[in-house]
Design a protein around this ligand. Sequence first.
Ligand SMILES: Cc1ncc(COP(=O)(O)O)c(C=O)c1O
Length: 398
Amino acid sequence: MAQDTKRRLTEPSKRLEAVPAYMFAEIERRVAEKRKAGIDVISLGIGDPDRQTYPHIIDAMQAAVAEPANHRYPTNRGRQEFREAFAGFYDSRFGVAIDPETEVLPAIGAKECIYNLCFAFMDPGDAALAADPGYPVYTGGPALAGAEAVLMPLRRELGFAPDLDAISQEDLERARLMFLNYPNNPTGAVVPDGLFERAVELAREHEFLVVHDNAYSETTYDGYVAPSFLATPGAREVGVEVFSLSKGFNMTGWRCAAILGNPDAIATYWRLKTNVDSGLFEAVQLAGAAALTGPREPLEEMNAIYARRRDLVVGALREIGVDVEPPKGTIYVWAPVPEGHTSISFAELVLDEASVVVSPGSMYGPSGEGFFRISLTTPDDRIAEAVARLREHLAPGT
Ligand SMILES: Cc1ncc(COP(=O)(O)O)c(C=O)c1O
């Protein structure tokens, strides 16, 4: 017979229990209820591009899928074409020289890569320095690896940069990883001058790996060109960059990304991955190579669409009294909630009154409290309709 101390058969592990709770559950419940009642709910919650993957990428995929040699197990080292396409892209786009033999590997999306980096580098007692608010895997990954995330608050007064000099000596000593992400989800901020340089100095001094999550460098506006972290002097000695094709190339479903930079760190990631998965489908690697070596025009057209939607959203929010800046990058508008509201209560109000879903800032960490996020990845007519509803239902004095 099972002893009293034995856990129930369906009980999750302590590591899984340690992952921060999902804050969106109540809002999801209300959305489902409304939809069931026939109400038209517009979601501005998720950052998943609404337009299709660019045609030259689809063409490359179709050709690659038709080739039987691409149907077999890939290797975690990746196809030569994929690694060389990344090296060429990093050279022409960022002015960064990458050795395709040792300094780039495919990843099955940035999410997988960040999660597995936690397992490759962290043990219980170790810490990851994680941007707060931030992409949830920066805290969930360390928790699942049995380690701990130490939050670095991103403050509006500092341009949504962490104050790296405010991190305690003890946390710097425990740190194995530091997660940074610019252009930034959820704040839309671009990297402030000197931040990457200071991160490199601290990483050298305290022996931790900087992981720059570059999910949005190709999605920028108003002439802003986002740099690679690896262009920072010394970055390659202490860091890696995770580059995702999901957002810039409308490829969220394809699961196509790469890790680039420090060759020893990349070898450690490879060692972990050989125990966990069997690599990225080779047809997807070839399609990814086509994306990186293909024309820039589709990206520019996409950015013009997002910029137009951004201006529509920012204009409407300002009209209803929200103090918001138009972001120079990402697919998000990050704005403070009106006085008297929490992130959750405001998101619930917007849903109840206007049947529009916005993400409560607290979903991205405690420093996200007091903000909400709107994603620009909804078709133009639906964004226009959502904005009209916000004006109608949330205008001052109504
Ligand atoms: C900052 C950031 N990193 C990574 C991802 C996920 O990228 P991928 O689709 O390559 O897993 C997202 C998606 O929202 C993100 O916002």
